[in-house]
Write a protein that binds this ligand. Structure first.
Ligand SMILES: Cc1cc2nc3c(=O)[nH]c(=O)nc-3n(C[C@H](O)[C@H](O)[C@H](O)COP(=O)(O)OP(=O)(O)OC[C@H]3O[C@@H](n4cnc5c(N)ncnc54)[C@H](O)[C@@H]3O)c2cc1C
Length: 386
């Protein structure tokens, strides 16, 4: 017999889990989440660096963070699970006038939108915060103390556990193989576990979003792009509340991870594709950038076998693609986060649930994020992409 659901969510990563949570909190209990892997977290969510920040350039990204970061801070009260939120801040380190102008414009926008605590820093302020930085070319920076990191796996599990308590169902080990469309729009999904009748489907398939959209005959411009992270062995002597530090010259960034560090750098030579193997040659590339900004990092010990790779789900303007799919009533996108899907998962869940249940989001004006912006040439510009 065909099962019926009010809403089917394809993908049980942090985004699908947040959508399920927000739908059930809003009273919609007949939600079915379908995940093809036998456990959650095997997509991008399990590979993430867990960084969360409100220091963005565009209004919509700042607003999404203004909802999401306090949400992480109060996550345990809401779900009974820890988010692992650590408010160590993000420190952007500028080495050119162009960087400073950019940070200045962002600062003005962030403050105007209500972000509190964000500050512009002089080189001496930066060195007080992280004395180990090479400072001869530093001209200033910015810092926001409520930025920081979360535990993406714990957040994902917390969202889903709470949604299930409120009536949602999670099917694991089940792949969605088709999306059925009739004259009214979405009519159901075909899966390896039978068909499900529904009038609302959310594509939360992360880097596989374009393939899932194709199941309904829709083109979705989301491409997978490999990103690699390198954890280090213990490295004592750094400040206790070390923030996420971003060298704007190269894009190299790092944050504390246990008693060691987690190093990241987006290789500009990386090309799109479903590549998830870690390239050991990346270690030398990243360590060169690391020692260039933090001379004592020349002594970092790294075991290349502990490095890992995952996939960003990149949209043409590096902004999420949210809301109704053009031409297919009942199909909704929660895709294209371009490296920000963990930090924006709370706002995304809320926005999607309002779009589905109320016809439009009330949390914030997300109309600029719909997929129709590509055909209508309304692209957004966010240059602070990490
Ligand atoms: C190295 C790295 C570092 C990152 N750092 C950060 C960071 O610091 N901060 C931040 O906010 N973000 C970061 N990100 C990005 C973030 O991880 C992603 O944006 C986020 O995890 C996306 O979540 P998701 O739920 O959309 O996708 P996923 O976690 O990939 O989940 C999608 C799920 O859909 C399932 N699926 C796909 N197709 C089907 C199908 N046909 N049927 C059923 N199931 C299907 C997959 O199995 C998968 O489990 C990083 C990403 C990487 C790779």
């Amino acid at each position: 017999m065909t099962r019926t659901a009010d809403v089917v969510i394809i993908g049980a990563g942090i985004v699908g889990s947040s959508v399920a949570y927000h739908l059930t909190e809003a009273g919609c209990g007949n939600v079915l989440v379908i995940e093809r892997e036998t456990r959650q977290g095997l997509g991008s969510t399990g590979k993430s660096m867990g960084g969360v920040r409100a220091q963005f350039a565009t209004e919509v990204n700042i607003r999404m963070s203004l909802y999401s970061i306090p949400f992480f801070a109060a996550f345990e009260e809401a779900t009974g699970h820890p988010s692992g939120y650590k408010s160590h801040g993000y420190l952007f380190v500028a080495t050119s006038r162009r960087h400073l102008d950019y940070l200045e414009a962002n600062y003005a926008r962030q403050v105007a939108l209500g972000l509190r605590g964000v500050e512009r820093l002089r080189p001496e302020d930066i060195l007080r915060m992280v004395p180990q930085l090479r400072s001869d070319d530093i001209v200033g920076g910015s810092f926001c103390p409520t930025d920081g990191f979360v535990d993406p796996h714990s957040v994902m599990v917390g969202f889903m556990a709470r949604a299930v308590e409120r009536g949602a169902t999670l099917w694991k080990g089940t792949e969605v193989t088709g999306i059925e469309v009739d004259s009214r729009g979405v009519a159901g999904v075909a899966t390896t576990n039978g068909t499900v009748a529904t009038r609302a489907v959310v594509n939360a398939a992360g880097p596989w979003a374009a393939q899932v959209a194709h199941l309904a005959g829709v083109d979705l411009p989301v491409v997978p792009l490999r990103r690699m992270l390198v954890p280090t062995e213990p490295f004592p002597g750094l400040p206790e509340r070390l923030p996420m530090v971003i060298d704007m010259t190269t894009g190299f960034h790092f944050r504390p991870e246990g008693v060691g560090l987690l190093l990241a750098w987006n290789d500009p030579e990386e090309t799109p594709g479903f590549k998830t193997h870690f390239d050991p040659e990346f270690v030398e590339k990243i360590l060169t950038r690391a020692a260039d900004r933090v001379p004592c990092f020349a002594d970092l010990a790294v075991d290349p076998r502990r490095g890992w790779a995952g996939l960003y789900e990149v949209s043409p303007d590096h902004h999420a693609i949210l809301g109704p799919a053009p031409g297919v009533p009942g199909l909704f996108f929660a895709n294209g986060f371009s490296g920000h899907g963990v930090m924006h998962s709370p706002a995304t869940g809320r926005i999607l649930s309002e779009w589905i249940l109320d016809g439009q989001p009330r949390l914030l004006d997300a109309s600029g994020l719909t997929a129709s912006r590509f055909a209508e040439r309304r692209l957004l510009e966010e240059t602070a992409v990490l």
